[in-house]
Each structure stands twice: as C-alpha cells, then as structure tokens.
Design a protein around this ligand. Structure first.
Ligand SMILES: Cc1ncc(COP(=O)(O)O)c(C=O)c1O
Ligand SMILES: N[C@@H](CCOP(=O)(O)O)C(=O)O
Length: 455
C-alpha cells in the first residue's frame, strides 16, 4: 500500500515514510492511494476477533502497514494496548435498548487519543531502532492530544517531544498531564492564543523542508495518517459488538473538534463496513455543525468553552474530507484550500449528506446534560461527551463515543451533579512540580526552541 497527498504534489510513500513525514511536503495530508474494500470474508475475519481488541487492530492495520513485517506489527500493537486499564480496552456499555456508550478513556491519559498515540509512540520507537535515527516530535493540542502523545513517547530513547498548547485554555489537569511528567525529553510549550494559532504555527514549521529534515521532525496530530487509521479500529470493534438489530441502523455520535475522530469512522464506512451514519456533535465552536447543516464551511472566532479540547475552528482533517468529496481531484483541493486560506470560507456543492448529521451544544447546556444523563442512567459523562448527548435520535440506535474521562474535568462535573470523579493517575500529578515554557506562536520562536532542545 502506498500513500499520496491530498494536494497531489508529493511522490507516493510507504506507510513508514508517510508516518515519519506526518504532513506532506506539499502542505497536504496523506491518504492511502486506494482504500481497501472489505468483503464478507474479511468482515467475518474481523468478527472472529471482536473480543480481542489488539488482534482486531492488527487484522485491520496489516492492510495499511504493508512495509512492516507482520510479526513486528503484531508485537507493536500488542504492546500498545497493555497500558490500558480494562481488558475490553474499549468497553461498549448499553444505557437503554437503543443507547450505547463506547468508552474510549481507559488508556494512560484517560482520553480517546491514547488509542492511536500508544501505537504511534511504539511505531516511532521501532523506526528509530530500524533506521538508527533519533526523532523529534512536534504537536499542537487543545488538551488531550498533547498528554497522550507525551505518554506515547515517555521514556523512549532517541526521541524528544514538543507540544504547543493554548495557555490557560486547557483544564488544569490536562495541563498537569503535559507539564508534570518530569521527563527530560518532554517540552510543554504554552502559547498566548488559541489551538488554531498553535496548529497554524505548527504547519508553518513543517512547511520548512530543510528544518524538518535536519531535525527528523514528525507529527503526532491527526494530520499524521497513522492516527486516523488506528482510530478506525474502535468503530469497527463497537460495530461488531452491537446486537444484530442495532448494527444496521445505529448512528455513531461523535464529539468533534479537529474532525480526526469522526473522519476515521467515515473512512471505515468507505472501506465497506456498513455503518449507517455519523452525527458530528460540536460545542459552541460550531463550524462543523454549520457545515453539516448548511453546506457552508466558514471560520468564526474561537470561544473558550467547558469542553476545551473541542475549542477549534479550523479542523485540519477537513482537507481529507474535501479530497474525497471533490472526487479525489487534487488540483481542486489545492484551489479550495488556497481560497479558504485567504477568505476563511468555502461552500460545498455536494457532500455525503445521507451519512452525516450534526448537533451543537452551548456551554449553558453542558452542566444540565451531565445532570440529566446522571439522573436517567446513573452514568457520568465528561463535558465533551455531554455535547453528544444533546439531540439523540429517537428512531434509531445511537452509539455515543465517550472521548474523555469525567475525572479530567472535576469542576464542571461538581457544578452539574455535586460530586467530583477522581482517578489515581491524575491525583499523583497534583503533587508534582509543573514545568512549562512560555513561547510565542511564531514559527521562528518554535524553531529556535526545537534547535536548542532537539535530540
Ligand atoms: C475529549 C475530546 N473529545 C473530542 C475531541 C474532538 O476530536 P477530534 O478533534 O478528533 O474531532 C477531542 C479533541 O480532539 C477531545 O480531546
Ligand atoms: N482536541 C485535540 C486537538 C488536536 O486534535 P488532533 O486530532 O489533530 O490531534 C486535542 O485534544 O489536542
């Protein structure tokens, strides 16, 4: 399997090279040259592994990581899921006959990002070993990607990790997960501004080919295709475990910000797994809600919210969606992305309206939803997952993706239901010193910091 850029001006690469490169040199995002088409026999092979998460992940990823020997890939994946705290890895809980919750927060940093970032950390370790090279990783986070990426690389020799985040806009515990590791190769870089500012500066740094080559710079955001592919697996796992009747009709309801999570489900559907549809659940930063209800994609200012990891306007994975929606016409993708960069607006003539629906949740609604879900089901959801409970369909089954543990957001949960969930992994952090570096969201300043601290 080879990987090409959405902008069509980068030569096709192997899986390992596409992962190491992260953002394509032409500014686009990597995608498989052709998506596999899973037939009934392959679906049956998946079905046999529905209660073996790591086995299922291997059976899926072997179609993509074709340049890694199968036994090596199997070992990388098996190791990645040993860090999860429950044997099911992604428990599927049934709250009512038509309502399921897919819990994606039992990894080391208690958010869904661990699913891909544990695998990516081990892939990087493998690459360092095989190529005899060190690797410097640069990421931008609104809260969860940063800590998951850091914990994917913690203690891995030959690596350093630099994470940009909007100072004061993550939850205090999310910041502690990044800035209290004590690890010498981890740098939490606090910027004044929003996640969008951080992501935009990051893309500029990756745009400097000489710099990224010199420092073997790689990406941990979902601009890295390995992130999206590893995230496909929990949709597959959940779909396989649904009761027969719900499989055909269930809609996956996905708290959405940078569009990497829901894109993974949609790509799986394009590979032949007959998932009925997806609901894109936004917070008050609702660019994607507006897109899927009106067809217009237009940027507005980011407003800090109680679901801070979704405080994003410019979703980088929008470009992958655009590529497929434009019939894989890379010249058109370049044109639209360039117009969007200058005008901040694009109107879709055509997209997959049958598959996507959307909901939007204001800050004023989040505590009330947390309370209602607790009263109705005795179940505590974090503020991001709460957004997905806003407008659940009454005529089909819903699978809500629970993307973070409520313990990461104790203040909002206390306000809603009068008690604070805790987790030992977070309690330990409270006593540790916090080390963060203030930096301008300016490519030159970021490059200077990396130059001074790279491995
Ligand atoms: C807890 C949580 N929920 C939802 C999201 C949104 O996911 P995505 O950015 O893949 O759309 C994020 C951030 O990515 C998150 O950290
Ligand atoms: N919500 C994310 C933002 C980055 O998304 P990613 O999927 O590109 O890593 C976060 O928690 O950092």
């Amino acid at each position: 399997m080879r990987y090409t850029s959405t902008r069509g001006q980068t030569p096709a690469l192997s899986f390992s090279d596409a992962v190491a490169t992260g953002l394509a040199p032409d500014g686009g995002l990597f995608l498989p040259e052709t998506l596999p088409a899973f037939d009934a026999a392959q679906l049956a092979r998946f079905d046999a592994l529905k209660n073996d998460y790591a086995g299922l992940c291997f059976e899926f990823l072997r179609h993509f990581a074709t340049d890694i020997p199968e036994e090596t890939l199997r070992a990388i994946i098996a190791k990645s899921y040993t860090t999860f705290s429950v044997p099911e890895i992604a428990p599927l809980k049934q709250l009512s006959p038509d309502l399921f919750v897919l819990e994606l927060f039992h990894g080391p940093t208690l958010a869904f990002k661990d699913f891909a970032l544990q695998v990516l950390g081990n892939l990087y370790e493998h690459q360092c070993r095989v190529r005899g090279e060190s690797i410097n990783v640069l990421g931008a986070t609104s809260g969860d990607t940063g800590s998951a990426a850091i914990h994917g690389l913690l203690g891995k020799p030959g690596t350093a990790i630099f994470i940009l985040y909007p100072d004061g806009r993550t939850s205090p515990l999310q910041e502690r997960q990044m800035a209290c590791t004590g690890a010498k190769n981890v740098f939490a870089l606090a910027i004044d501004g929003t996640f969008d500012d951080a992501q935009s500066a990051l893309k500029d740094v990756f745009g400097d080919q000489e710099f990224r080559t010199r420092y073997h710079l790689s990406a941990v955001n979902s601009i890295n295709l390995a992130r999206v592919l590893a995230q496909c697996v929990y949709y597959l796992s959940a779909w396989l475990r649904l009761p027969e009747g719900a499989r055909a009709s269930a809609e996956f309801v996905v708290p959405t910000g940078n569009f990497g999570n829901v894109l993974a489900g949609w790509m799986l559907q394009k590979m032949g797994v007959p998932i009925r549809g997806f609901k894109v659940a936004t917070n008050q930063n609702d660019i994607l809600h507006r897109l899927f209800t009106t067809g217009e994609y237009s940027v507005a200012d980011v407003r800090p919210s109680l679901a801070p990891s979704m405080d994003i306007q410019v979703s980088s994975n929008f470009e992958r969606f655009l590529y497929y929606s434009l019939g894989r016409d890379t010249a058109r993708v370049r044109e639209v992305m360039s117009t969007f960069k200058t005008t901040g607006r694009y109107v879709f003539e055509n997209f997959d309206r049958d598959t996507f629906s959307a909901s939007r949740c204001d800050d004023a609604e989040i505590p009330g939803i947390i309370k209602r879900v607790y009263q109705d089901f005795g179940y505590i959801v974090d503020p991001h997952t709460a957004c997905a409970f806003k407008d659940l369909s009454r005529d089909r089954a819903s699978v809500v993706l629970a993307t973070a543990s409520p313990a990461k957001f104790p203040d909002t949960i206390r306000e809603a239901i009068g008690m604070e969930p805790t987790d030992p992994a977070l309690e330990i952090l409270k006593a540790r010193p916090l080390v963060k570096h203030k930096i301008n969201a300016d490519p030159a300043a970021i490059k200077a910091f990396i130059t001074a601290n790279a491995v």
